[in-house]
Design a protein around this ligand. Structure first.
Ligand SMILES: Cc1cc2nc3c(=O)[nH]c(=O)nc-3n(C[C@H](O)[C@H](O)[C@H](O)COP(=O)(O)O)c2cc1C
Length: 327
């Protein structure tokens, strides 16, 4: 199956920048699109809900102005993320704003609803739904999603436990539509690996946390730069749903990151916490790939790095597979 037209837009590198609670706002998304990767943000980041329309206008106008001033530049489309979970009281209001603004790509998480998909299809938009296993993947497509985001082990934020290889492989056995791979992808070589495994795009979040445009505090950005895979803790303590967090941000609250208590309530994916310690605001989400983030910088520098690494990896692979063919 060929990709929907909106996903055939040329990109600097085949990446969809994933939506990140608190971190992704109009500045980050516009910078991602203008660097040539598909940008995205959770609708819930626009607060109050009435701000969502202003954000959509701001990104659209910024991208249009950039494209007019840079006619040769690659400017990618953007996506909005809807948390389709009963804890999201804004779902209907945000969906109406999305329909009104004809947002080209909608990413749904934590629940698949046919009426949400139909609303997006009504104006020609597409829906990508994120899943952590093949069972949820089937359900999402049965309920009308156009494409899938396979969230493998090691992803920042709420994450699954499956290795990317069987996850992608099992989905590709029956699904030939748009497929994105998510989880600890922060190096161009990993983007190439995602494509080799069967994905159409890599879905990259944490690699953008340390950028100037990300809406997180300085200490968070610096901790991303200073941390490695061993510093990521997988826990359901804070929201009732398993996710990956920076060890340093857990220990900063006097908690033993290796012996965390069971969740006391929830699941509450966005507003959860442990006593006064709030998930996302105080305990910081992050994926296992961040050793590839060696310094702070702009979104454009991050995308340039990913593209250069991707191209180098492709050349190196050509050399290796060329050599293998001669044996
Ligand atoms: C800080 C943070 C917040 C996140 N918030 C959301 C969110 O609001 N909605 C969502 O669908 N995914 C969210 N995610 C998950 C990402 O969409 C994506 O699956 C993940 O970033 C990919 O893994 P990576 O961070 O290792 O690249 C979040 C991830 C992080 C790191």
């Amino acid at each position: 199956m060929s990709l929907p037209e909106i996903l055939q837009t040329p990109l600097t590198v085949p990446v969809v920048a994933s939506p990140m609670f608190i971190a992704s706002g109009p500045k980050l998304v516009a910078a991602q699109c203008q660097a040539g990767v598909i940008g995205s943000f959770p609708a819930l980041n626009a607060r109050p809900a009435s701000q969502l329309g202003d954000w959509l206008d701001e990104i659209t106008e910024s991208n249009a102005a950039y494209a007019a001033a840079n006619p040769d530049a690659v400017v990618a489309p953007f996506a909005v993320n809807q948390i389709v979970h009963r804890s999201n009281a804004r779902l209907d209001e945000d969906l109406a704003t999305i329909v009104e603004h004809k947002v080209p790509i909608v990413i749904t998480s934590l629940g698949a609803r046919p009426d949400v998909n139909e609303a997006v299809h009504s104006y020609g938009g597409i829906v990508l739904h994120d899943i952590i296993n093949n069972t949820f993947a089937h359900k999402a497509i049965e309920r009308g999603a156009d494409g899938l985001i396979a969230v493998a082990a090691g992803a920042g934020g709420h994450a699954g436990t499956l290795s990317p290889f069987p996850l992608i492989q099992e989905i590709r056995e029956w699904f030939d539509g748009p497929l994105l791979l998510s989880g600890a992808i922060a190096h161009g070589r990993s983007i190439l690996a995602a494509l080799a495994a069967g994905a159409d795009f890599a879905y990259v979040g944490s690699a953008f946390l340390a950028t100037d445009e990300a809406n997180v505090v300085e200490d968070y950005k610096n901790m991303v730069v200073d941390s490695r895979a061993d510093d990521i803790v997988y826990s359901s303590t804070f929201t009732g749903v398993h996710g990956n967090y920076l060890r340093g941000s857990i220990e900063a609250h006097g908690l033993d990151a290796d012996n965390l208590p069971k969740p006391t309530s929830g699941p509450d994916p966005l507003e959860g916490g442990l006593g006064d310690i709030k998930a996302w605001r105080d305990v910081w989400g992050c994926g296992q790939g961040i050793s590839s983030v060696a310094s702070r910088g702009t979104v454009a520098q991050t995308v340039d790095r990913l593209a250069a690494e991707f191209n180098d990896a492709r050349d190196a692979l050509d050399r290796r597979t060329g050599a293998a063919a001669l044996v």
